[in-house]
Design a protein around this ligand. Sequence first.
Ligand SMILES: NC(=O)c1ccc[n+]([C@@H]2O[C@H](COP(=O)([O-])OP(=O)(O)OC[C@H]3O[C@@H](n4cnc5c(N)ncnc54)[C@H](OP(=O)(O)O)[C@@H]3O)[C@@H](O)[C@H]2O)c1
Length: 326
Amino acid sequence: MQAVIYRRYGGPEVLELSERPRPVPADDEVLIRVHAAEVTKGDCELRAFRFPVTWFWLPLRLVIGVFRPRRPVLGGYLTGEVVETGEKVDRFSVGDEVYGSCGLRLGAHAEYAVLPQSATLARKPRNMSYAETAGVPLGGLNALHFMRKAEIQAGDAVLVNGAGGSIGAHVVQIARSMGARVTAVDNPRKEQMLRELGVERFIDYTRESFSARPERYDVVFSVVAGASYGECLGVLRPGGRYVLANPRLRDMLRASLTRAPEGKQAIFAFAGETVDELNDLREMIEAGKIVPIVDRVLPLPRIAEAHRLVEAEDRAGAIVVVPGQQ
Ligand SMILES: NC(=O)c1ccc[n+]([C@@H]2O[C@H](COP(=O)([O-])OP(=O)(O)OC[C@H]3O[C@@H](n4cnc5c(N)ncnc54)[C@H](OP(=O)(O)O)[C@@H]3O)[C@@H](O)[C@H]2O)c1
């Protein structure tokens, strides 16, 4: 099968298209023919082994490979069709159309991927194509998790810092579906997309700081690693929640060890990525509450170009790769 591998950490040039044996599912595993997979910031960060927050460098390096990558095929999220099942599999059947997360197993940037039936996989939404669906699991799973942690109430004012990325664009949609009024902060390249997703106000971070404005919020969500902890807390109303999706070590310590004034809370909690959340996302998609946000679909052999687009943020929406095409 066609697969993209990397044998050393580095720039997009370390990615190679290669022929590899098609994986064989064990008793409790399913073989999925990958129809589409997102290329995420996480793929680029693992490929280069460079992260905007550094505290997990050592534990992650031990898992991913100290001297070279232990798992040569990247890709954390996929959508496709179950083509073979192990003898003990009872959750899936051949022909099921699924979407979900590969977790730390990775392996989505190939024609086939093998996953345990206990993986975060669920039936794909009926009203999205495979390419559109590929843009959902990373952003959708994280956004749903964070918005539930934030306990959004109808009418809440929500500020989304870094709203134009894969996670932020889903946060905008999910917060709106919960009845929030959303202000987005991002690069002006993302403004049109974010307005189409229904944000009430857009703040261009390259020209002004959201903290210099008079507006106050019930919830601040930030995926920007370098965001100022004090500024994010400072724009909250009393009792407001600050949700950190990309927290630095010092921010986690501050959130754990100090009490914010006026009943404000700082929350960081990594997404568990559950099957129930995938099922909830599918229902939201089928009800029209989450729409596709795919910028470009590229054939798998153009994976290096896909990584460059994601790394440079030269996109408004997801960059998706499709195996089996030249
Ligand atoms: N906590 C978790 O469980 C979790 C899970 C998955 C991923 N992550 C992490 O989250 C990050 C990826 O998230 P993503 O794909 O949604 O985002 P992303 O692709 O990194 O995009 C973030 C957006 O923020 C904008 N931005 C950059 N600096 C900004 C600033 N100072 N103020 C406001 N906006 C700014 C970027 O615009 P520009 O074009 O100007 O750069 C971009 O549009 C990765 O670092 C990943 O490791 C965390």
